[in-house]
Design a protein around this ligand. Structure first.
Ligand code: NAP
Length: 232
């Protein structure tokens, strides 16, 4: 299995590189030229392609011959970085490749997610401040996911809860809609978010799904598991 990791030098990206290598995959990582040094720990074990992740020429080169592409979608800047990155991957990934994209709970696929007032307020305030300071454009991440959902590729969009660092607890659990009780704890270890992304490459049940994830050891996940056991 040959996989490309777009955004390999970030926190999520580096965890995904490690998980992919642990599985014996051949790894190609794409990151900004200034961030190549962040991948020094993997020197000699991965191929690094420096460049902007929304540059179609960079992505075309990086995804050639890949069976899977893991893409970190980030809303940074106001130059359509997120949608440009998604579009480049959609346009150039080999036909039939498994495409897995990262984002947060704020993305909705079908409008049936139920958000708390606090979550909605945070997204609104962050989105507004980020846009006027030209720091980030949340709407562009929404547009990136809209294009993925509309594509005829073999996609999965993984929507993460709040994140924390720490040792792996195992594969996160997921649900189709934010607001489902299993997700209530709203926290996932970043290393396990990466594990879910990499595991999705070989899980065809996740094709054309936008799973919202939460840590498998969180109170809401454990309560859900206990209720399932009680019901059997
Ligand atoms: N942070 C959270 O609490 C949270 C919660 C839910 C979901 N998520 C999702 O998780 C994924 C990873 O996010 P993360 O917060 O954990 O960060 P991260 O893994 O560190 O990723 C940040 C990425 O953004 C790139 N980047 C940083 N500044 C940039 C800029 N000015 N222009 C272009 N690229 C830039 C980084 O590349 P360099 O290495 O080159 O800097 C890196 O690839 C995203 O899809 C995010 O939507 C995050």
């Amino acid at each position: 299995m040959k996989v490309c990791i777009v955004g390999a030098s970030g926190k999520l990206g580096k965890y995904m590189v490690q998980h992919a290598l642990d599985r014996g995959y051949e790894v190609v990582g794409v990151c900004r030229e200034s961030s190549v040094g962040k991948l020094d720990a993997f020197k000699g074990r991965i191929t690094t392609i420096p460049g902007a992740t929304n540059d179609p020429a960079v992505i075309k080169l990086a995804v050639a011959g890949c069976d899977g592409v893991l893409t970190v979608l980030v809303p940074w800047g106001v130059k359509q970085y997120s949608s440009g990155t998604a579009q480049a991957v959609l346009d150039h990934a080999p036909p039939g490749a498994r495409l897995v994209f990262s984002c947060g709970w704020h993305i909705t696929r079908d409008g049936s997610d139920v958000y708390s007032w606090k979550f909605k307020a945070l997204v609104k305030i962050f989105g507004w401040v980020a846009r006027i300071t030209r720091f980030a454009d949340l709407e562009d991440q929404v547009e990136a996911c809209r294009r993925v959902f509309a594509s005829d590729t073999r996609w999965t969009v993984v929507r993460a809860s709040d994140l924390e660092e720490g040792e792996s607890q195992g594969l996160p659990v997921w649900s189709r809609h934010v607001g489902d009780s299993i997700l209530e704890s709203n926290i996932t270890r970043r290393v396990d978010f990466a594990l879910f992304m990499v595991a999705a490459l070989e899980n065809d049940a996740l094709i054309h799904e936008a799973p919202a994830i939460v840590g498998c050891k969180t109170p809401s996940a454990l309560a859900h598991a206990a209720a399932g056991r009680a019901g059997t």
